[in-house]
Design a protein around this ligand. Sequence first.
Ligand code: KG4
Ligand code: ZN
Length: 340
Amino acid sequence: MSSQNIYILGIESSCDDTAASIIHNGKILSNVVASQKIHEEFGGVVPELASRAHQQNIVPVVHQALKKAGVTKNQLHAIAFTRGPGLMGSLLVGTSFAKSLAYGLNIPLIDVNHMQAHILAHFIDEEGFEKPSFPFIAMTISGGHTQIVEVKSHFDMTVIGETIDDAVGEAYDKSGKILGLGYPAGPEIDKRAQKGNPKAFQFTKPKVEGLNFSFSGLKTAILYFVQREVKANPNFIEENLNDICASIQYTIIGILIDKLKLATKQTGIKQIAIGGGVSANSGIRQALKDGEQKFGWTTYVPKFEFTTDNAAMIAIVGYLKYLEGNFAEQNVTASARLKI
Ligand code: KG4
Ligand code: ZN
């Protein structure tokens, strides 16, 4: 199959972002995301509301992606969409839309695994960003996921570790809620952490075997700690907010880096690529840089807009699958628990 002039539309709707992107060969022409503000007041994603918002957003978002790219729908070679994992009501919107459009245009449909897409986002052609070579270790860290994956080739991946409860972004967001911060709290905790003392307060790291993670105990430890301190001093949070944030961040980054160290030891692979919204975190970025010096790692952090939930990552997977002629049938269904 010729790889000369391929235009693919990618659609993402697994959680609370409705997104569409056009890729031309390996290069992104447009990357449109409609984030759903509605969930902020609830301090987390409300599935019913997410599904309804996707229905409202999907047509204008796809339209805008085409317009920004300067491409008409008749130029498209295929439509790629997120099949899972994610919220069923959200996935259904993107899946049904992609199926109808592909059917109407009589072009191939390509199903994409959202977790693979977070990793394969590293293969988007983007100036200033190098693509990892195989094999490498990928760590996907966001509000919905925490996974370590051994990547042998584009579509040969093995999950070697994952969270047994909360995702790392949830640890940030739930800690933020305890501290009275807005949702999502990750960015603010990160900002404050940079002004605080990371050793001011100690939180015990969870003891989880092997490469798996657990963050729910840490959240509880933080809750009890804050409740105890506030009892003694009602202004404890306000007076120590930067130090509390720095200490939480120090603990979380320590957990992630410990697991990466173990993963590199177990696999013998020293190339590490990260993805997901938490990869914006200044602490993890610095720790990876330090790892290059200390442990001889080569690390890859993608462009921010390709690392939070987005459709460019769906489009690149669509392109890679298109080159292999790996298409989905019209009877493909969304799968909330789809595995890598
Ligand atoms: O990938 P993403 O946009 O959506 C999914 O959850 O799939 O990730 C959002 C998560 C939220 O939990 C948010 O608090 C966290 O990423 N986050 C951060 C930072 N920026 C976003 N966490 C820590 N530090 C940051 N700078
Ligand atoms: Zn995601």
